[in-house]
Design a protein around this ligand. Structure first.
Ligand SMILES: Cc1cc2nc3c(=O)[nH]c(=O)nc-3n(C[C@H](O)[C@H](O)[C@H](O)COP(=O)(O)OP(=O)(O)OC[C@H]3O[C@@H](n4cnc5c(N)ncnc54)[C@H](O)[C@@H]3O)c2cc1C
Length: 460
């Protein structure tokens, strides 16, 4: 039932597995601090300080452009940054900030004309029309209209009918156009074109870096990925809904990871196709040169996994992510998995078993029905090796079922949060985004401190 494990070890580390990552909160603070830098620099220009409203609009406009540019930085997968911040954290921040950015940019022209509705209401509508149509603001307007469409496409990406890959290409290409237009708008009309040349150069350089990062992701990164080819060892059904995929290194190159991390996998012939999907590793480094995944059928790619043939080439970008046991000081570990979330949770559980960890380890594992439960024998066997307790939760349990019925809710979780010292333990949640959010919220209401909760959502 379990994914194959080989005992071969590879002692060399590249792609530095994350050792001391930034928390999501630290990343968010750093991000906000960096966002404010261009705005703070604008005051070095020595331009007169106007009324509070004009200054506020200037702040929001500069923030909007900085955020637009920084969105590219958050998705770039540059190893030096990713190993500190974690690609899962940066992607999460990218998604959240995207929403605020949408509001900020869409409000931008209205914030500029709003005072006219109070000062000269009879001219306000014609002034607004002029603002939208005058040649000087045309690049800004094109950026604004494109932004409106692209933000809606991001919010409703599952309803656009586009495959995720097509959506992703369109998203990147559209935002490259938006950032170029927006930068042109900022340097020609920003604060009425009165900024000094060096400030304009700053925006041009930032815009150029953002575009270069897209070039890196699509054209340079694949060359790095091509240096670590893998091939399929086995792809078999684990349950009606899940596949076990095991791949193996195809050559002598250093590769290492920490339990709980994920990789992007592409089975396209060309490494440049970027038809890649993120999946979390279910094994530990003890299994190298093999790595295994639990993959739930969800859409066009995961439903066709059965077509993968042993020996077939797969490209692996990673490892990535900070959903690991590293740099934590907890007195125990509570693992909470929903559906395919059992993949990385098993990776972490296996790591704890490999280490013969003495701390209390608890597992809550939920699924719809018993046929979807994976690794049950291995979980039972681990019970003998660790200070371990597991609770299975099923929405539709069979008659004779010893676990909990329903969802992973407060009643289920309180069984573990009421144990002595439970609030000093780390809570690792992995599953579909909706389940992860619900469990996190429940843990918080049960008194678990936010900094004790780590999660990986199976979707950005
Ligand atoms: C960090 C991370 C780890 C994951 N680990 C696992 C795992 O171990 N097991 C598992 O079954 N699933 C995992 N997922 C989810 C998995 O990536 C998607 O289910 C899969 O990509 C769906 O592809 P599809 O073409 O079959 O479905 P689609 O119908 O194309 O996509 C369904 C949804 O999956 C997401 N998705 C699709 N393609 C991508 C992509 N290339 N990049 C990011 N998101 C995408 C989108 O939200 C999309 O709406 C993980 C996701 C993330 C972000």
């Amino acid at each position: 039932m379990t994914a194959p494990i080989s005992s071969e070890r590879n002692p060399v580390r590249i792609n530095a597995a994350v050792r001391s990552p930034m928390s999501f909160r630290m990343l968010a603070w750093l991000y906000f601090a960096l966002l404010l830098v261009p705005w703070a620099l604008s005051y070095i220009e020595g331009l007169e300080v106007r009324g509070w409203y004009e200054e506020l609009v200037t702040l929001l406009s500069i923030l909007g452009l900085s955020m637009m540019i920084f969105q590219f930085f958050l998705t770039a997968r540059v190893d030096a940054v990713a190993s500190q911040a974690g690609v899962d954290n940066t992607m999460r921040l990218h998604t959240r900030m995207g929403e605020y950015l949408g509001y900020l940019v869409l409000l931008h022209p209205f914030l500029i004309v709003a005072p006219r509705f109070f000062i000269a209401p009879s001219f306000a509508l014609s002034d607004t029309w002029e603002l939208f149509t005058q040649p000087e603001t045309s690049t800004g307007m094109y950026a604004w209209c494109l932004m409106l469409v692209w933000v809606l496409m991001a919010v409703f990406k599952d309803k656009t009918g586009l495959s995720y890959e097509s959506w992703r290409y369109t998203h990147s290409a559209g935002f490259v156009a938006i950032i170029i237009l927006a930068t042109h708008h900022a340097i020609t009309i920003g604060r009425h074109g009165r900024y000094n040349a060096w400030y304009d150069v700053l925006w041009i350089v930032l815009c150029a870096i953002a575009v270069a990062l897209v070039v890196y992701v699509y054209f340079v990164r694949p060359r790095l990925v091509a240096r670590q080819p893998f091939r399929v060892l086995e792809c078999s059904k684990g349950s009606d809904a899940d596949w076990y995929l095991t791949i193996t290194k195809d050559g002598e190159f250093p590769f290492d990871f920490d339990a709980g991390q994920f990789t992007w996998i592409s089975s396209s012939k060309s490494v440049f196709a970027r038809n890649e999907h993120p999946f979390s590793i279910a094994t530990t480094r003890r299994a190298l040169p093999n790595i295994s995944y639990v993959i739930r059928e969800l859409g066009d790619y995961t439903r066709q996994l059965g077509k993968l043939q042993p020996g077939q080439r797969v490209w692996v970008d990673g490892p990535h992510g900070v959903f690991t046991l590293n740099a934590r000081n907890a007195t125990g570990v509570v693992l909470i998995a929903g559906g395919a979330g059992i993949g990385p949770i098993m990776g972490i559980l296996r790591e704890l078993a490999d280490r013969k960890d003495k701390r209390p380890v608890r597992l809550v594992y939920g699924n719809r029905d018993i046929g979807q439960m994976l690794f049950l024998n291995e979980i039972a066997a681990i019970e003998a090796d660790l200070n371990f307790d597991a609770l299975l939760v099923l929405e539709r349990p069979p008659e004779e079922f010893a676990g909990a019925r329903g969802y992973i809710d407060a009643a289920v979780l309180s069984r573990f949060t009421e144990e002595p010292d439970a609030l000093n333990r780390d809570y690792y949640i992995c599953g579909p985004p909706i389940m992860v959010k619900a469990v996190e919220q429940t843990l918080l209401t049960l008194g678990v401190p936010q900094e004790r909760i780590l999660y990986e959502q199976l979707g950005f």
